[in-house]
Design a protein around this ligand. Sequence first.
Ligand code: APR
Length: 262
Amino acid sequence: MENDDIERAGRLILASKYVVGLTGAGISVESGIRPFRGPGGLWTEYGEPPMDGYQRFLAAPKASWERRVKREGYAEELHEALGKAKPNPAHYALAELEELKILRYLITQNIDNLHRAAGSKKIAEIHGNFSKLRCIQCNSRYETEEISLETLPPRCPRCGGVIKGDTVMFGEPIPIDVLKICQDETGKCDCMLLVGTSAFVYPAAGFPWGVKGREGMLIEVDPYETELTSSCNISLRGRAGEVLPRLVECIKVKLQEAESPL
Ligand code: APR
């Protein structure tokens, strides 16, 4: 990764008014969680799950919960990796950019809770969080330990609705509260920092096009080309855990130079 590219990306970010981050599975690969697609991807090995996962859940929530509790196939491996994973330097770099008030908001497709664990506060988890449960009727969210699994499917203590994992299933609409935040933040964004996403799954994959459509800038961090590469203003070809800390260092030096020009 050339210093010039990092420099250009740093300048572009500092010249922007409202920078929003969009992250995908790639940012957590260096934390031991496999991506979904491409080399070493879970779906590459196990095949994509059925696109009507949510409809199957609604048709038989008890059976779906029994499968969840039993954890078969990739679910076992994924759950184990999620349980052990720790944030890596890429997660901390984005938390630091938020603290510096450079990164105004972060949208993640990851369910792994690692951005929060690294200290990110202004964050929307568009596909949910694996450590939480959610009522499909009133949208209330609960920590897993708050809900007894003695009776399946568990019921919402507030409205009696059926509870499911907070993770958004294929075929499930994105919870409206999270989707609204993502749309509002993307609507203000003039520079989107894309990290470790193949930009394949909508609605998240549509956000960069919205930014581009309003003449905004796109910066991508990924070791490989993605669906978005040809539309990006800058592509930083490398692993997020190596590239993002260098980008933050570059930005901090520029901020110091701006403070003490002589
Ligand atoms: N650093 C940065 N990017 C990386 C790294 C790394 N160390 N390793 C891999 N990548 C890149 C891959 O090249 C790929 O472009 O991360 C991307 C991961 O893409 P996907 O596996 O498709 O993940 P994502 O874009 O998050 O998938 C979107 O699909 O299956 C659903 O719900 C799931 O949220 C997920 C959604």
